[in-house]
Design a protein around this ligand. Sequence first.
Ligand SMILES: *[C@@H]1O[C@H](CO)[C@@H](O)[C@H](O)[C@H]1NC(C)=O
Ligand SMILES: *[C@@H]1O[C@H](CO)[C@@H](O)[C@H](O)[C@H]1NC(C)=O
Ligand SMILES: *[C@@H]1O[C@H](CO)[C@@H](O)[C@H](O)[C@H]1NC(C)=O
Ligand SMILES: *[C@@H]1O[C@H](CO)[C@@H](O)[C@H](O)[C@H]1NC(C)=O
Length: 738
Amino acid sequence: MPRKISMIFGASSMLWMLFAVSQAFKIEISPEYKIVAQIGTPISLTCSTTECESPSFSWRTQIDSPLNGKVRNEGSKSTLTMDPVSFENEHSYLCTATCESKKMEKGIQVEIYSFPKDPEIYLSDSVEVGKPVTVTCSVPDVYPFDRLEISLLKGNQNLKTQEFLEEMQTKSLETKSLEVTFIPINEDIGKDLVCQAKLHIEEIDFEPKERETTKKLQVYISPQNTVISVSPSKRLQEGGSVTMTCSSEGLPDPQIFWSRKLDDGNIQRLSGNATLTLIAMRMEDSGIYVCEGVNLVGKQREEVELIVKEKPFTVEVFPGPQISAQIGDSVVLTCAITGCESPSFSWRTQIDSPLSGKVRSEGTKSTLTLNSVSFENEHSYLCTVTCGRKKLEKGIQVELYSFPRDPEIEMSDPLVDGNQATVNCSVPNVYPADRLEIKLLKEGSIMKNKIFLEDVGKKSLESKSLEITFIPSTEDTGKVLVCQAELHIDEMEFELKQRQSTQTLHVNVSPRDTRILVSPSNILEEGSSVNMTCSSDGLPAPKIVWSRKLNNGNLQPLSENTTLTLTSTKTEDSGTYVCEGVNLAGRNRKEVELIIQDTPKDIQLTAFPSESVKEGETVIISCTCGNAPKTWIILKKKAETGDTVLKSTDGAYTIHKAQLEDAGVYECESKNEVGLQLRSLTLDVKGKGNKDYFSPELLVLYCISSLIIPGIGMIIYFARKANMKGSYSLVEAQKSKV
Ligand SMILES: *[C@@H]1O[C@H](CO)[C@@H](O)[C@H](O)[C@H]1NC(C)=O
Ligand SMILES: *[C@@H]1O[C@H](CO)[C@@H](O)[C@H](O)[C@H]1NC(C)=O
Ligand SMILES: *[C@@H]1O[C@H](CO)[C@@H](O)[C@H](O)[C@H]1NC(C)=O
Ligand SMILES: *[C@@H]1O[C@H](CO)[C@@H](O)[C@H](O)[C@H]1NC(C)=O
């Protein structure tokens, strides 16, 4: 093709050479030789002459086809205007100017093209990741299209380049397109689609030879990963609320629509917000809720099923279906309801007896207060709750017991070693008494126990006791006596089903072995002092009480000191002194005889009528002692073979019908523990024959009698010795003297 064009140009320059010979008269044409014009635009060719007054112009095409233009002559100028330029103008135009006889001609080649607009990019569809899309780039009204090259680029990547080299059948403006199909990927987001069109015509000059259109690649992602989260749960209770949040991914960000599937299959729009909160749910609100993520290229839906359950209407009783109450206590029975706004309450006993209590209902709660429960409250109480058309009933069984105090231990007081003692353990105000067991334990081992079956079914408060007798010993001291009372009611629950009291045993020992120590002796000489010390065993240690026994047998208390001291004694102090050991367990006494004596004085021995009597006469030998009635008088008849103690009455011995043998030495001895006096006389009995009788040995004895006096000291010695042993017997002392 370019070769053909140059041949045409070659011919026109030869024509120009032909006319160049004429002088002065000149012809010019502009533009010179050639003009490149785009189809549809106007162009003008101007032919002008110089050195000619009135030239005449004529225009023609080389091949004598119509001009397809308008000629305007004006003086030395002729203009051929082609408006617009079309295929018919693609010629070599010749302008002929005639000046008189001179004729001059000049030619100009009109070359045409068409490349008027930038390429246009079309997309078959929205650009969605993963979905094939066809991009069309079309370049309109191109001529000559066989020089056209179209390239389509995605970012920097060339998708396709095409040249349109097919033979042009006719001269026409053609719109050429390039089509590329590709599958968009995520990386395409933000890239440009570029369509480049190039018209390759090097031999003519025009602008632009290259046109380009850029289109931002608008990539879409259809909603995906649509997820619903439900808080707190898909299962709800009447009146509850739920928050559902839906999310969906896509480009552009999908819009979220919430709707609900109705039973008839229709959809009820709810919200255009991702978060849907439903409050005060009713059972009718159960159903399928749909979330739809929607954007320009698509939609995705997700469903969730909400189940609204009927709020249960429940009645609860407090403290429970059973309550154990102690007689006298206050009891509050509570009936509470959930799941009902405004319930109504009523209370009754199962056997329709009076309530004997106070009812107070407020809101969803009702209480029945039983002040100081008694046997008339031992019922099953029923609480009836009405809520709308629904009705519920719950019962509370009030069970009674009474076990208010610890057992009381009563023990015989004091406990005395070896003496029988009683222990009484009593438990007051018990109910039910037939369940009571009382046990008495000593040091953990059971002494006795008792149950009270005779009280079965008795509706009253009973006081029960258990008694034992036992003989305590000192070893029991410090041991613990426990009284245990147990109310055997397994079916009831309360504190203190067992109560107990304890008592520690203290066993006393009554006073015993009371002893008296007399110092120096219990037989004293008037004016001397004596210490009498008393001791007694027992637990607790006995107290000592000294007293003196009066004549009437009564005791005159003297001292509570262990030692009773008598100083400067007188004979009147003689008597019986009593020491008593006393403690709370008893008393024990010991007596001591105190003898205070004067030495015997003024002893007189006489014979009546005379110391010399005749055989057959009656003679009375009488001995008297001046002091101390206690003085003993012993009347004896001395003999070689041994003394004969005479049976005297008040110191007098009567000899009826004196015999010769009655003659002899008679001796009267007055002695007490502190001294001795002797008197003697010699009785002479004269025989009827006037014969005297005198025993020579009597004389010997008489002489000896004066030696007896020192013997008194001996008696005192014995008395003292006996006293030290704590007792004294005059008879013994006398025996030991002999
Ligand atoms: C969605 O709900 C939130 C929270 O209730 C609210 O702040 C927001 O304005 C709502 N948006 C629309 C579009 O309703
Ligand atoms: C034990 O004590 C109780 C209460 O003091 C009394 O009622 C009961 O008679 C007593 N029992 C005996 C056997 O003394
Ligand atoms: C009696 O006891 C007191 C004090 O122990 C003592 O001084 C006194 O000598 C005692 N008297 C006699 C007679 O033993
Ligand atoms: C008992 O003894 C105390 C001191 O040992 C003495 O002061 C008091 O007088 C005595 N009482 C009698 C009644 O002897």
